[in-house]
Design a protein around this ligand. Structure first.
Ligand code: ARG
Length: 580
């Protein structure tokens, strides 16, 4: 079923066209009311129209109302002109009741499949091989997964891409180092892990800078690797596999699926990219390197900044892979929208890649949407970039496991009678949810302070608060011992204002999701769910459920709450519990 906002927009647009045929197509502005006592929605278009027509806004509002089509299913209960010419809109209860039934019976909660199905790439996580994922990658992973889940739920064709940094000159020196110091690892005879790899990486870097002979050997390895020499390729594979294993551990804990298509994937497309750009005449040689100068982007010295497509030594830098990737995604993967979830520090890089792709003729921004979705830093209690006590960058796996352990302690205290097994299961969900929710509920572009204590609280805008609200609603249903299935088709009657307010919020789920597809701010969804829990609590305070004549109707309202909450949390990447 259409979300009320969409339906209202249609109706008002239609009314405007009929009332003022000379004005052609008019964009109407409808918003959710800020105060429910005035109505559910409001139309703000009369003022603007009045300016255009040099007329009185209240008279215009009156004309609009006169032309609203009221045939068909009951939808609008009341229209009222207020202030300078706002139209306050109140929806019919019967419309809300009908929508609630859909939420309960339709597996897609009454939300229509998209009129225009899109192919969307959400590129997220993207750590760098031979290095640990850091908190920045964690933010990307959590936000990207949420956006991908959202597009999947709404019915878009969604590709979850992990653009890992698995190629480049740094691997040459690492392979050279490992060949000399840990040859058995490279042949696969000996196993190791990512922390060791990182240590060797650091040591190889030191040696590279200090020892010219080693430097030469490292550079030779790069050449071997780039020409696909089998021994070098095997070594590179081994290094990638060790890193991948560590990343997978984190993805498993977070229950996140990704398709790896890293920098190396675009290797075969780099040479053709250079040829194509040369044919198009957009490359210039600068200091021996092949560059695409991007108009509109200037450095501090006032000169136009370039994307470097090929270095003077023949190597292909970061800019080149991203140009090859955007071209591949548009031409081969035929996407409608590409979303890059990468920290705010890379903003300039992406704006230049997008513009560069336009200059090259790969990207037509009227047809394809490309967006860099930046996010802020994670801060420690000291307000500085998040670190462990020893000053090292925190290992993500430790951070996740600590959250689970702390959740376990809290659960132990709350209910000592829980069996070990049950507690562990719940602690896992609670700990991981707390981390995800704390991240998603902050405004994406801002920095936020990491605090186990705060994220695991049961009050306020937290995962625990929502999970617990869900458990409470589930508990009510359980206690009354009526099979929802058997009363599903009974009437829902909204009588108390708290019921109407809750119902109105429920039918706005689609509007909240649509908003997130536009501005890609997950906190809009966390806010929506937090408000849903609050509205549910108000309803439960004001309306008795058990043993009243309204019992079954109210139970169905509870059912709509649990279904919406479960789905909403699922989009955030949070699984619900039946008991807590
Ligand atoms: N590997 C990069 C990093 O850790 C992130 C990759 C971002 N995506 C891209 N298409 N450049 O900083």
């Amino acid at each position: 079923m259409k979300a009320p906002l969409e339906l209202l927009e249609e109706k008002f647009k239609h009314a405007a066209r009929r009332a003022f045929p000379d004005l052609g197509d008019i964009a109407v502005e409808i918003t959710q009311s800020t105060q429910e006592k005035f109505g559910h929605y409001q139309c703000n278009s009369a003022m603007k129209l009045a300016k255009e027509l040099k007329a009185n806004p209240r008279a215009i509002a009156k004309e609009l109302i006169k032309h609203i089509d009221s045939s068909g299913e009951p939808f609008i209960a009341n229209l009222e002109i207020a202030g300078p010419g706002f139209i306050n809109i109140t929806l019919e209860k019967s419309y809300l009741e009908k929508f609630l039934h859909l939420i309960i019976t339709d597996e897609h909660l009454g939300i229509d499949k998209p009129a225009h199905k899109q192919r969307v790439i959400v590129e997220f996580s993207s750590p760098n091989i031979a290095k640990e994922m850091h908190v920045g990658h964690l933010r990307s992973t959590i936000i990207g997964d949420c956006l991908a889940r959202l597009f999947e739920f709404l019915g878009h064709d969604t590709l979850r891409i992990n653009h890992i940094g698995d190629w480049g000159t740094a691997f040459g020196m690492l392979i050279a180092y490992m060949k000399e110091y840990t040859p058995a690892v490279l042949t696969g005879e000996e196993e190791t892990d990512l922390p060791h790899l990182m240590q060797w990486y650091r040591e190889s870097k030191k040696k590279f800078d200090a020892d010219p002979d080693f430097k030469k050997r490292g550079q030779l390895q790069v050449v071997s690797l780039q020409s696909g020499e089998p021994e070098a390729m095997k070594a590179w594979q081994v290094i990638c596999d060790i890193s991948r294993k560590a990343y997978q551990e984190i993805y498993d804990l977070l229950d996140i699926k990704l398709t790896e298509k890293g920098e190396s994937f675009y290797q075969p497309f780099l040479k053709p990219l250079v040829d194509d750009l040369e044919n198009r005449g957009v490359l210039e040689i600068s200091d021996g390197a092949k560059c695409l100068f991007v108009e509109g982007f200037k450095g501090r010295d006032g000169n136009t900044l370039p994307l470097m497509i090929q270095k003077s030594d023949g190597g292909f830098p970061y800019d080149a892979t991203d140009m090859a990737a955007i071209r591949y995604r548009i031409e081969e993967e035929k996407v409608d929208r590409i979303i890059y979830v990468v920290d705010a520090g890379q903003g300039l890089h992406f704006q230049m890649v997008f513009k560069g792709a336009e200059i090259a003729g790969y990207l037509d921004r009227n047809k394809i949407t490309v967006e860099h979705v930046p996010f802020g830093l994670v801060l420690g209690q000291d307000g500085k970039k998040f670190r462990t006590r020893s000053g090292e960058t925190e290992r993500l796996i430790d951070l996740l496991n600590t959250a689970i352990e702390k959740a376990d302690e809290i659960l132990k205290e709350r209910d000592p009678s829980l069996s070990e097994k049950e507690r562990k299961e719940r602690a896992h969900i609670l700990g991981i949810s707390a981390i995800k929710y704390a991240d998603l509920s902050c405004h994406r572009t801002g920095d936020y302070t990491f605090s186990y204590e705060r994220m695991l609280r049961f009050e306020g805008n937290t995962a625990a608060f929502l999970l617990y609200a869900y458990v409470r609603v589930a508990g009510i249903k359980r206690k009354i011992k009526i099979d929802i299935e058997s009363i599903k088709n009974e009437p829902i009657t909204l009588s108390h204002p708290s019921e109407v307010s809750l119902a109105l919020h429920l039918v706005r789920f689609d509007e909240a999701l649509e908003q997130v597809t536009k501005d890609l701010l997950p906190n809009r969804l966390t806010d929506y769910l937090y408000n849903l829990a609050e509205k549910f609590h108000a309803f439960y305070r004001d309306c008795q459920v058990e043993g009243t004549p309204e019992q079954n109707s109210r139970l169905l309202l509870c059912e709509a709450v649990t279904r919406t909450m479960k789905q909403g949390l699922h989009i955030l990447g949070i699984e619900t519990l039946e008991k807590m």
